[in-house]
Ligand binder design. Structure first.
Ligand SMILES: Nc1ncnc2c1ncn2[C@@H]1O[C@H](COP(=O)(O)OP(=O)(O)OP(=O)(O)O)[C@@H](O)[C@H]1O
Ligand SMILES: [Mg+2]
Length: 436
């Protein structure tokens, strides 16, 4: 593409945007009272100039030239008035900072093949989340995945932290939902009891830029947490278990780390497994409960636990099985034949619960820090639908989320910062175990 071609394309883009800005200006006049007043004042001024034109331009003092001048003024005043009106509408339809934004994006290399950067067409507060500003861009042919790839650069160029990016108006515009960079996530968010959700069975994980992040186990039954060491997995896991206990669930915990992660206070409220034998025994029990519930639900014709409880008034609790560092537990390398057999059975039971637990109110919350795909079998992993990953490298992020967003979007020094499978970044609540 030659320089002239590029210049032509760029001119046409500008003309297109001029029209769009006039339209946006008209919309702004309708929606913003002070802009309507401004336009009214301008029109009133133009009418005044028109009515007083003979006096203002002293038309009768030019003798024989007066009629010619009069005709010229009659022609030019309306022309100027219309020109001024259009200029005013363009001005009102142009978002603040549009030029700076475009130049910023140009510098980051977010340009199309003609070298054009996206054009900011509007900037407004989000109706749903008042903290968020919505930047609407004409992407000038740059697809959304390229924006995603250059997310960090877009953030720097516009001095914002992006909550999400999405297509709008079909595929005509790209919306960037963001907050100013300086109002980024807080490093620490303390749990407060009032955050506990009243809905069964909704657990709260933390806060994203758009509000609380929650998971409803009645809809998404199992959770997989990932993150490198020190990313905050255990704290998040315990936050979820604490809420489950408060909601009346029975909690089963496999803890092979010698009680480092689950101090005594947990032992009084949860069923703990410290050995593989014990773990297998517990999983067998859970599988037996699953079978029992399956029978009861079939007999009563109820589709799920909530319906069953409502129909029978029995109040069967949800059962939550949690295992921190599950990859360590399931790893068979260097183990004896007998151990391997037991691990195979453990895996089997986990897999059964993962497949069938949803309707019967039996849930898994598993965490891992190992970027090792082989250790968690597909049958289990594929059924853990709610995925959350903290600070991680590309491999671990890929294993947990099936993409590298955790490696790209979670800062290396972040603690308790996670990203969900659908790309929502949040800061997890930190809670005091003493008050379990
Ligand atoms: N939500 C949070 N907010 C603030 N700080 C946190 C949060 N979660 C964890 N931390 C800090 O990070 C430290 C490590 O957290 P945690 O033990 O949960 O990490 P982990 O991922 O389980 O690490 P490991 O793999 O070593 O077990 C905690 O002691 C705490 O100081
Ligand atoms: Mg841990």
């Amino acid at each position: 593409m030659t320089r002239t071609d590029k210049d032509n394309i760029s001119k046409r883009t500008e003309n297109r945007h001029l029209l769009r800005r006039v339209r946006a200006g008209l919309a702004a006049v309708k929606s913003t009272p002070y802009k309507g007043l401004l336009l009214g004042a301008y029109l009133a001024g133009a009418v005044l100039v028109w009515l007083l034109r003979a006096h203002l331009f002293s038309l009768n003092t030019y003798g024989m030239f007066s009629p010619v001048l009069g005709a010229a003024v009659d022609l030019l005043v309306p022309l100027y008035a219309v020109g001024g009106l259009l200029a005013l509408l363009v001005l009102m339809g142009t978002p603040w900072g549009g030029r700076t934004a475009r130049e910023g994006l140009q510098k980051t290399g977010l340009v199309n093949h003609a070298g054009e950067a996206p054009v900011l067409v509007s900037k407004r507060q989000d109706g749903e989340h008042s903290r968020l500003t919505v930047w609407e861009f004409d992407p000038c042919g740059i697809p959304l995945n390229e924006w995603e790839d250059k997310r960090a650069r877009v953030e720097t160029a516009l001095n914002i932290t992006i909550a999400k990016m999405a297509w709008g108006e079909g595929r005509k515009i790209i919306r960037v939902y963001a907050v100013p960079a300086e109002s980024d996530f807080p490093a620490l968010l303390r749990w407060k009891d009032k955050y506990l959700s009243l809905d069964s069975f909704v657990l709260v994980l933390g806060e994203s830029l758009t509000g609380p992040v929650t998971v409803n186990l009645a809809h998404v039954p199992h959770i997989l947490l990932g993150g490198s060491t020190g990313s905050g997995k255990s704290v998040l896991l315990k936050l979820l278990l604490m809420q489950s206990l408060r909601k009346g669930a029975e909690v089963y915990i496999a803890d092979f780390k010698g009680g480092v992660d689950f101090p005594k206070v947990w032992h009084t409220k949860c069923r703990m497994c410290f050995t593989e034998e014990d773990l297998l025994y517990t999983l067998n029990q859970l599988a037996a409960v699953l079978e029992y519930r399956k029978g009861r639900l079939a007999e009563t014709g109820c589709p799920n636990l909530d319906a069953y409880n409502e129909a029978t008034g029995e109040g069967l609790p949800r059962l939550i099985f949690a295992c921190d560092e599950v990859a360590e537990v399931l790893d068979r390398t260097g183990r004896s034949k007998e151990d391997k057999e037991r691990l195979g059975q453990i895996e089997n039971k986990l897999s059964t619960i993962a497949r069938l637990g949803r309707a019967f109110g039996i849930h898994l919350i598993l965490s891992t820090q190992r970027p090792d795909a082989a250790v968690i079998p597909g049958q289990i992993k594929n059924n853990l639908d709610f995925r959350v990953c903290g600070r991680a490298d590309n491999v671990l992020s890929q294993i947990i989320l099936d993409n590298t967003s955790a490696a790209e979007q979670i800062p290396k020094d972040a603690r308790g910062r996670f990203i969900t499978g659908d790309g929502t970044v949040f800061q997890g609540y930190l809670f005091d175990e003493g008050r379990l």
